[in-house]
Ligand binder design. Structure first.
Ligand SMILES: Cc1cc2nc3c(=O)[nH]c(=O)nc-3n(C[C@H](O)[C@H](O)[C@H](O)COP(=O)(O)OP(=O)(O)OC[C@H]3O[C@@H](n4cnc5c(N)ncnc54)[C@H](O)[C@@H]3O)c2cc1C
Length: 379
């Protein structure tokens, strides 16, 4: 009987896992001993990190998308048929079309989703750039903005933990370039007592903000937005007035995870080293959907996916465990329109951001273009 590998989610991590397994198990697939199936929600693959550049008109929308079929190896069975129920006892996944898929190995790669609706007034009163529609609206709002108070409001949990800092630095430079530097005041809010969840990054950001005159309000857990009065209020009792509110909305995992009883708010309890769903040795979890307390980022998804590929391939071909995930994450950080820095870290080594440079910004732009190779598992 062929071993069936089923991957739920055709975003970054699901795509890397599928393509990587296809390469490592090419021989077994040719013999009909292994099949790989991906269940997705769309025929398009969205390059999410590119959304950061949309509000500033710095990327063409066509660059954000590829046909999902073309990003996946041809040998993979791909269905645009979202999972509606995952039964890990019966080892089956039911889908929207009414089909049922059974599996020997299941990979949960359903990512995360923004929840601006979770905060009263946020949907009506705030802009965001975490989806294409939001990023387009923010682009129009920025173009029309002639000065005033901008609040960049960060809520947790959220993916790409450095994106709120990046947009703040980029906004500052964008308005200065438009000659509006002295007419725009930027205030950045963060839910804990520093500017970033990673302490070294939070410390690094303090002088960077001071240099640019960016204000901050820490311990700001958003309670409500009043779109009419243009005010945002925190659970801690602070109210800020704004002329333009840019939020990083709170996130949840996928509905199917929560509805199948696999994890509160859609986050799956995951072993941080083996990436098994806790208590299971046939269900793996990759990317944003894990509950591992590290950055929800594309690079995390990538390194986790590589680990899962090695382990499933080794288990099938040699009946042995290949390696554990070491918590590796690598993130570029835009510090303006033309400069950037980067951090890398893992479970034992903390991040250590260096001085920004134009060279690192170029590396980030180059890496952005290499995303499609990365999704194909070629990087
Ligand atoms: C503005 C922005 C900037 C970013 N910048 C960076 C960056 O510079 N560097 C970086 O490393 N990361 C960045 N990220 C984060 C990165 O894009 C995500 O962390 C990464 O895509 C996570 O991969 P994933 O596979 O877990 O989730 P996703 O890539 O989101 O894929 C999840 C997939 O699962 C699908 N799905 C959901 N429910 C179901 C279901 N029921 N059935 C089937 N499929 C389902 C979804 O439709 C989606 O296609 C950024 C994100 C944003 C929004």
């Amino acid at each position: 009987m062929a071993k069936k590998i089923l991957i739920v989610g055709g975003g970054l991590s699901g795509t890397i896992v599928a393509n990587g397994l296809c390469r490592q198990l090419a021989h077994q697939m040719r013999q009909g001993a292994v099949s790989i199936t991906v269940l997705g929600t769309s025929d398009k693959h969205l390059y999410q990190p590119g959304l950061l550049y949309v509000p500033f008109g710095r990327i063409r929308e066509a660059e954000l998308f590829r046909e999902q079929k073309k990003v996946l190896d041809r040998r993979i069975n791909f269905f645009i048929d979202p999972a509606t129920h995952i039964d890990v006892e019966a080892k089956t996944v039911s889908t929207q079309s009414g089909r049922s898929f059974d599996y020997d190995y299941l990979v949960l790669a359903t990512g995360s989703r923004i929840r601006p609706d979770a905060v009263p007034g946020m949907e009506e009163g705030a802009h965001w750039f975490y989806d294409l529609d939001g990023a387009r609206k923010l682009r129009d709002a920025l173009a029309a903005f002639e000065g005033g108070r901008i609040v960049v409001n960060v809520n947790a949990p959220h993916k790409c933990p450095v994106a709120p800092l990046e947009i703040t630095f980029m906004l500052d430079e964008y308005f200065k370039a438009r000659g509006l530097g002295d007419k725009v005041e930027i205030t950045y809010t963060y839910p804990i007592g520093r500017l970033h969840a990673l302490e070294p990054v939070g410390k690094w950001a303090v002088p960077e903000f001071q240099k640019l005159g960016i204000k901050s309000e820490t311990f700001f857990n958003t309670k409500a937005v009043d779109p009419k009065a243009k005010k945002i209020e925190s659970e801690e009792g602070v109210t800020l007035d704004y002329d333009l509110l840019i939020t990083i909305p709170p996130h949840n995992g996928a509905e199917v995870i929560e509805n199948s009883g696999l994890g509160k708010a859609g986050w799956v309890p995951t072993n941080p080293k083996t990436l098994h769903r806790e208590g299971s040795d046939t269900v793996f979890v990759v990317g944003d959907t894990t509950n591992i307390p590290i950055s929800k980022a594309g690079s995390t998804a990538h390194f986790e996916a590589d680990t899962v590929v090695d382990n499933i391939a080794s288990l099938i071909t040699e009946n042995r465990w290949a390696r554990d995930y070491d918590g590796k994450v690598y993130c570029f950080i835009e510090t303006g329109m033309n400069t950037g820095t980067y951090v890398w870290f893992n479970y034992t080594t903390p991040p250590n951001p260096g001085p920004p440079s134009q060279m690192i910004h170029w590396f980030k732009l180059a890496y952005n273009r290499l995303y499609w190779l990365s999704a194909r598992g070629l990087l």
